[in-house]
Design a protein around this ligand. Structure first.
Ligand code: PLP
Length: 378
């Protein structure tokens, strides 16, 4: 019996392809330093843990409203001028949010423009929704607005924006986002704005959300997450903010897919929104120090644009590749010889780069780079 064409059309993530090898090396007793992780190594804030436990003790263990706890949605809505709880849906992480958005807005063969490199799941989720991902090159990891405009056709339904960006750490300036807003008006397009890394901007920069532009409120769909901001990756909680009809459409879908997000977890998320600002700032400062240290190491070995957000570096490793090799070979080489796991750029649509996460313990960061130096200079 055959599987569906839909499932045959998508691919397993390149990230996952390395998991068995990492496991095998670890089973053989080898130390593997993990620069492939997509999460900060900070503890989940205590108040989040305690509020989640309290909610269990108070037996908040039943089904809840599909779109989420009213208190949580209302508190989130306060970040968005003129929005109410009806403009928010709580999801099982922004991965689910994005899946639902594409299901809700795309008809078969509708096109979505995605700047390259891009986070692995965007294109697969668009394909699952029957749409077509249209990749557009960036310039020095920044948006190339001419290329984006040239890629717009009669079938284009949306432009996907992810700033701060995974994998590059690029942060797009307000002026470029404004131009994206203009394009969406001129060509009648949705903008799907993945702001999962909104907390992580450095050097005094401020995150600019596409919600800033009032004239596109009917067409901008924002996803955010508790995963990275509050070190709650395992809680699986994120949300969508958009006009009410879109939220109603996604709620309809979610009612058949998962129902509400785990009830007691939502109380943890509610507590996260009151986490002391100083804790967030302290974590941000620590990450900025790690970014600087990691960038210093990396730029001695490869060409790398200094990122201004998220917690990744995305160096160009082409000068280290032998003829015919891609970053997948290079990542395998680093894993086997240096015991350091990185993500090959293929996972993000660029085969000459690797993604390095620096959100790891400071000593491990140093040790990992020393090992990379050693095997490369050998
Ligand atoms: N969007 C981007 C750009 C990401 O990097 C990730 C996770 O790595 C997600 C969305 C999904 O995050 P979550 O589902 O944990 O909220």
């Amino acid at each position: 019996m055959k599987l569906s064409d839909k499932i045959e059309a998508i691919e397993e993530s390149v990230t996952v392809q390395f998991t068995p090898l990492i496991q095998k090396l670890r089973n053989e007793g080898k130390e593997i330093i993990d620069f492939a992780v997509g999460e900060p190594d900070f503890e989940t804030p205590l108040t989040v843990i305690e509020s989640t436990k309290d909610a269990i003790d108070a037996r908040k263990t039943r089904y809840g409203p599909v779109s989420g706890l009213y208190e949580l949605k209302s508190k989130i809505a306060r970040q968005f001028d003129k929005y109410s709880s009806d403009n928010i849906i709580i999801s099982n992480g922004s991965k689910q949010s994005l899946y639902s958005i594409f299901q809700a807005i795309l008809n078969p063969l509708d096109e979505v423009i995605i700047p390259t490199p891009y986070w692995v799941s965007f294109s697969q989720q668009i394909t699952l929704a029957g749409g077509i991902p249209v990749f557009v090159n960036t310039r020095d990891h920044q948006l190339d607005l001419n290329e984006i405009e040239k890629a717009i056709t009669k079938k284009t339904k949306a432009i996907l924006i992810n700033s701060p960006n995974n994998p590059t750490g690029a942060v797009y300036p307000k002026s470029d986002l404004e131009k994206i807003a203009e394009l969406s008006l001129r060509y009648n397009l949705y903008i799907v704005s993945d702001e999962a890394y909104d907390f992580f901007v450095y050097g005094g920069l401020k995150h600019v959300t596409l919600f800033t532009f009032e004239n596109i409120r009917d067409r901008v769909i924002i996803t955010k997450s508790f995963s990275k901001s509050y070190s709650m990756t395992g809680f699986r909680v994120g949300y969508v903010a958009a006009r009410k009809e879109i939220i109603r459409a996604i709620t309809k879908l979610q009612s058949h897919v998962s129902g509400n997000v785990c009830t007691f977890v939502q109380y943890g998320a509610l507590a996260a929104l009151s986490v002391d600002e100083s804790i967030i700032l302290q974590r941000l400062n620590e990450l900025e120090r790690k970014r600087d240290a990691a960038y210093n190491y990396v730029s001695k070995l490869f060409n790398c644009i200094k990122p201004r957000g998220a917690f990744y570096l995305f160096p160009d490793v082409s000068s280290r590749l032998k003829k015919g090799e891609t970053s997948k070979d290079f990542a395998a080489f680093l894993l086997k010889n240096a015991g350091v796991a990185v993500v090959p750029g293929e996972a993000f649509g660029m085969k000459n780069h690797i993604r390095i996460s620096y959100a790891v313990d400071e000593k491990l960061l140093e040790k990992g780079f020393e090992k990379i130096f050693e095997v490369i200079s050998r």
